[in-house]
Design a protein around this ligand. Structure first.
Ligand code: FEO
Length: 392
């Protein structure tokens, strides 16, 4: 791959990972991803902004063949998909220094063994002059780890945001062309990576609000030449007001829990509520995460497996708690054979969700008409809560 320009003094030297299907051995990547790195050519100094995942080492190194000098390696984030090639880059450019936050230095030293003398930490708001180009660093913790920062190229008004505003999307086009496709990929990315840090991101959004931004160049996915696409989306996603959707993930082993889920979803839909139903035995967990971004309510459907919830439901409930969506109401429905502790165990898995737990509905075996009427009653309570909250 050859380096390509994104502006007068900035070249793209990243790698497209068309075939990667899982991140952190957990997160589905249906559209692959990219690891974006950029070279800024100042009159007197050259900066390399981030590197690539070590699996793509040859792509980065081939592009650096055309870069005789690197003075600074900007490490916005210490996670290895961006930092993993820094030791090799430092070996290639012996005078280069790593610019990062103080906490970034600690993490990079721990993960990659970079020696102390190769670091130059930068303060929040500090600038580095490259000759005709000035790079300003803004500390933005928790997008995605505590050490993260972004940088702003003042003369060209480009924000380099690393994970923040990124999308897992492999495409040969450096810039966003299909906004709907990128919006969906960026929302999946937000849901899986950023949503747990929503309140901190609100503060980070305020920190960059005064910047005049013409382009946002993240470290995953295409570059935004219309920054409003992603800035407006993030404003909506991190706002305190939840969306109006009701999300119903479930597993059914013999069809009884499915009957209850279908009854619930039919009643909610008839009442005008938008519902997302996911059979977890086949669902794309990323789609579920996306739905949770806009959810006000979460109803989990589970059969009892031995005495607790089905293991797949257990895992997904734990994940939902970790993602910290804006849900305000939750409940549990499902079928059991002779005894169950599904409600107690699931309720104990969501301590970080600030929800009102509405009365669960559990049926013995195949749900009776009485049990289904209890499901109707739960749907009616949910609809009433949504009406009271102005969501319907
Ligand atoms: Fe793309 Fe948090 O690394």
């Amino acid at each position: 791959m050859q380096a390509r320009s994104i502006s007068e003094r900035v070249d793209y030297v990243g790698a497209i990972d068309w075939d990667r299907r899982l991140f952190d051995s957990l997160i589905p990547l249906p559209d692959g991803t990219s690891y974006n790195a950029y070279v800024i050519r100042g009159d007197s100094k050259v900066a390399l902004l981030d590197t690539v995942d070590p699996a793509m080492a040859h792509i980065l190194m081939a592009q650096l063949d055309g870069v005789p000098t690197v003075d600074y390696v900007v490490a916005h984030h210490a996670e290895q998909d961006h930092s993993g090639m820094i030791p090799a880059v430092l070996a290639r450019y012996p005078k280069a220094r790593v610019l990062c936050t103080p906490q970034g230095k600690t993490l990079l030293a721990a993960h990659l063994g970079i020696p102390d003398e190769r670091f130059q930490t930068v303060a929040d708001g500090e600038s580095v002059a490259l000759g005709g180009r000035t790079l300003r660093f803004i500390h933005t913790p928790w997008v995605h780890w505590p050490e993260t920062m972004v940088s702003y190229l003042e003369e060209e008004r480009i924000l380099f945001s690393c994970d923040w505003f990124g999308s897992h999307l492999a495409t040969s086009q450096i810039f966003v062309t299909d906004e709907a496709r990128v919006y969906e990929a960026a929302k999946r990315y937000y849901a899986e990576i950023m949503m747990p840090f929503r309140k901190i991101i609100q503060r980070n959004m305020a920190k960059i609000a005064e910047l005049e931004i013409e382009m946002i160049a993240p470290s995953h996915g295409p570059v935004y030449r219309r920054p409003a696409l992603i800035l407006d989306a993030y404003r909506e996603w991190v706002a305190d007001t939840p969306g109006n959707r009701i999300v119903v993930p479930y597993v059914s082993m013999h069809g009884s829990t499915r009957l209850m889920v279908e009854r619930l979803v039919a009643r909610l839909s008839a009442g005008g509520a938008p519902v997302d139903q996911f059979d977890l035995s086949v669902a794309d967990i990323g789609k579920l995460a996306i739905a949770l971004v806009d959810a006000a309510s979460l109803v989990i459907g589970t059969p009892t497996f031995h005495r607790g919830p089905h293991p797949t439901v257990y895992n997904v409930t734990h994940l939902a708690n970790a993602l910290r969506p804006r849900v305000a109401y939750a409940s549990i429905i499902g079928s059991y054979g002779w005894a169950t502790r599904a409600v107690e165990e699931l309720a104990g898995l969501i301590p970080d969700l600030k929800v009102e737990i509405l009365p669960p509905v559990l049926a013995v075996g195949h749900p009776s008409e009485e049990s289904l009427r209890e499901v109707d009653a739960l749907a009616d309570v949910l609809l009433e809560r949504h009406r009271q909250a102005g969501l319907l």
